[in-house]
Design a protein around this ligand. Structure first.
Ligand SMILES: CC(C)(COP(=O)(O)OP(=O)(O)OC[C@H]1O[C@@H](n2cnc3c(N)ncnc32)[C@H](O)[C@@H]1OP(=O)(O)O)[C@@H](O)C(=O)NCCC(=O)NCCS
Length: 193
């Protein structure tokens, strides 16, 4: 375990060398009770990917926006991303990913999906709230994401969490020529941190 002084020194050195804090983003595994169900929320690791892909397949009607290597690359960027998985009784039932260093200090939610038999139980909201807390902790200016224009469930969830529609990207999802809405949550007016 790194001492607090050494950690502080490392952060300062990284800032000096690279202009930003490039230390590994930490996440302590936690157990959360969501609507009476107990979920273990952990940082995703490469051996989780086959289960992540199975959820992806089940929520996107057999389509796989990301393959094994896409997830592996992102999960391994531990200085800029955080991928979380939620387990219920050892079964992987949801995942979500965020990139804290995408553009202009605005974090980007890259993924969120909940297995069909665990949807509508508050788990998607819980994972996103954890991501929002981490982005705030990372001193990001806000969070952005893209969502399919027709994905009403996800849009409602993001709106409930305070995201607002910023713009749209035409034919962003080439599989169905569907537009993406860019939604964002700003921390700019949040209280002093
Ligand atoms: C979008 C998704 C992640 C939401 O996860 P979830 O665990 O089901 O969502 P929650 O139970 O936390 O619901 C939170 C809110 O989302 C909205 N919501 C979720 N499912 C909904 C549904 N079937 N119908 C209407 N609203 C819904 C509601 O606003 C809900 O709040 P409420 O319970 O107060 O009504 C999940 O439906 C999913 O995995 N979808 C497929 C993958 C996907 O579309 N990901 C988003 C890509 S941008």
């Amino acid at each position: 375990m790194m001492s607090p002084m050494l950690r502080k020194f490392k952060v300062k050195l990284n800032k000096l060398l690279y202009g930003s804090d490039t230390s590994v983003i930490e996440f302590n595994n936690r157990t959360d009770n969501v609507e009476g169900m107990s979920y273990l929320i952990c940082r995703a690791i490469v051996p989780d990917i086959p289960e992540i892909l199975a959820i992806e397949r089940s929520v996107y009607a057999g389509k796989m926006p990301w393959d094994f290597d896409n997830f592996k690359n992102e999960i391994n960027k531990r200085r800029s991303t955080l991928y979380l998985v939620a387990r219920y009784n050892d079964e992987l039932v949801a995942f979500a990913g965020i990139d804290f260093r995408r553009t202009n200090n605005i974090a980007h939610i890259t993924n969120v999906a909940v297995a069909p038999n665990h949807q509508k139980k508050g788990l998607g909201r819980k994972l996103l709230k954890v991501m929002i807390e981490k982005a705030y902790e990372q001193k990001c200016k806000g969070i952005a994401l893209e969502v399919r224009e027709k994905n009403e469930n996800a849009k409602k969830l993001y709106r409930d969490l305070g995201f607002k529609i910023l713009s749209s990207k035409q034919n962003y999802y080439t599989d169905e020529n569907e537009d993406a809405l860019v939604m964002s949550l700003s921390f700019e007016n949040a209280k002093e941190r």
